[in-house]
Design a protein around this ligand. Sequence first.
Ligand code: BGP
Length: 474
Amino acid sequence: MTTPKFPENFLWGGATAANQLEGAYNEGGRGLSVQDVMPKGLMTAPTLEPTEENLKLKGIDFYHRYKEDIALMAQMGFKVFRLSISWSRIYPNGDDAQPNEEGLQFYDDLFDELHKHGMEPLVTLSHYEPPLNLARNYRGWIDRKVIGFFETYARTVFERYQDKVKYWLTFNEVNSIISAPANGAIFPEEIEVTLADKWQAAHNQLVASAAATKIAKEINPEMQVGCMVISMPTYPMTSKPKDQLAVRDFMNENYAFTDIHVRGEYPGYLKRHLREQGIEIKFGENDAAILKEHTVDFISFSYYVSLVQAHDPETYQSGEGNIFRGLENPYLDSSEWGWQIDPIGLRLVLNDFWDRYQLPLFIVENGLGAKDVLIEDGAGSFTVEDDYRIAYLKAHLQQVGEAIEDGVELLGYTSWGPIDFVSMSTAQMSKRYGFIYVDRNDDGAGSLKRYKKKSFNWYKEVIGTNGASLYDAE
Ligand code: BGP
C-alpha cells in the first residue's frame, strides 16, 4: 500500500460566507440581503424586516475582527482562504447605478490582509446572499433582468480586484436553487413560484455564470473561474435495477449543473426531464452561445454526506442532509444533526467528477457541525476537546489522499467553517464547524471571544506536513 502524497502546491485552507460571519449588516453602506430576513435559515418563511433574533445580523463580527481571525488562520498555515463578497455591500439594492465605495474598500483591505499572511483569496461572488430588493421588487433569479445586474456586479469586482484575487467561484451550490429557492432571492411564501419558474431561475443563473466567466477573462485572462455545486454520491437502496435508475435520475438533476458549466450545453437527459415536466426554458437569443463559449476552468464543490435513493422511497426511512434528502443508510453513522458520515463517498465523488470532466477540482466545503463544549484547560485558558471533528476530518482527508493516488487533479481543500459562525440551513451558532470556538450562543449572548480547539493544532500539523501526518501511526 503506497502512502498518498499531496501535491507540493496544494492549497490548504478554510471556507466562509459573508452572511454567516461578517455581521455589520447595516454598516459600511451595505444594503439588506435575503439572509437578513431569514432568521431561521431555511426552516421558516422570510420576515418582512430584519428581526433581532437573526444571528446573522451580527454574525461573529468578522467585519470588525477580520485581522485577528486571519492572523489565527495564518497560525494554522493556511495557503488559501475562501470567502464571499456580500453582493449588497457592493450594490446595496442589486439594481443600483453605482457601486458602494465603502463596500469595495472593505474587501480591498481584507484581500490585503490575506496576502500579508501569504494566503490566496478564493472568492465566491454569490453565496446565498443576493440583495433583498431583488426578491421583493423583482422575482429573484426568475427575472431575467437579474442576469444584467449580476454582470454589472461581477465586472465591478473583477476590475477592482484583478490583481488581488486569482480564484473565483460564481454561485455557491448553484444546483440548490430548485430545492432552496430562497437562497436565490425567490420567496415562494410571497410570490407564486412553479417548478418551471425554478428551472428558469436555474437557467438564468447558469447564463449569468457563463457571462461572468466571459467578463473575467476579458479583464484578466489569468483569472481562474470555477463553478460550485453540492456533491453527494448516491447509492441504490438495493441491487434492483429500478433502484439504480432512481439513483441515476437523482444524480442527473445535479450533474446537469456541472455538465452545463463544463460542456456548455444542456445534456439530453435534462432536455427529456424538462420535456416530461412540460417545462420550456426561455432562452435569450445569445444564451446558447454564451453557455457554449464561456465554460469554467475548474469544478469546486461542497461535500458533507452521501445519499441513498430507491424507486419506491416511501417504503424506507428518509434521511437528513445538506439541502438534499435521501433515504437513511443503515451502514453509516450520523452527526448530531442527522447528516450521515461517509468519508469513502468523498473519494467516490472526486473520481466521478475527474472521470467525467478531466478538469482540476477543488473541495471548497467539508466539515462536521457539532455541539462543542468549551472547557477550562488550565489557569484561565479554555478549549474544546473536539476529537470527533479531528476523526471526521482525518477520515475524509485520508480519502482525499486516496483520490489523489487514483490520479485525480485536486487544487486544494478548504474545510467548512474554520471558525465557528452561524449555520446556513438552521441559522444556529450551536452547530459549530470551526477549529476556533467563538463565544456566542443561539440566544445571541456571548463575548465573541475566540478560543483554539484541539483541532486547531491538529490541522496546523496536517498543513505543516502537507498531509503526511494523516498517515502517522496512531
Ligand atoms: C452549505 C453552504 C454553506 C454551509 C454548509 C453547512 O450548503 O454552502 O453556507 O452553511 O452548507 O450547512 P449548515 O451551515 O446548514 O450546517
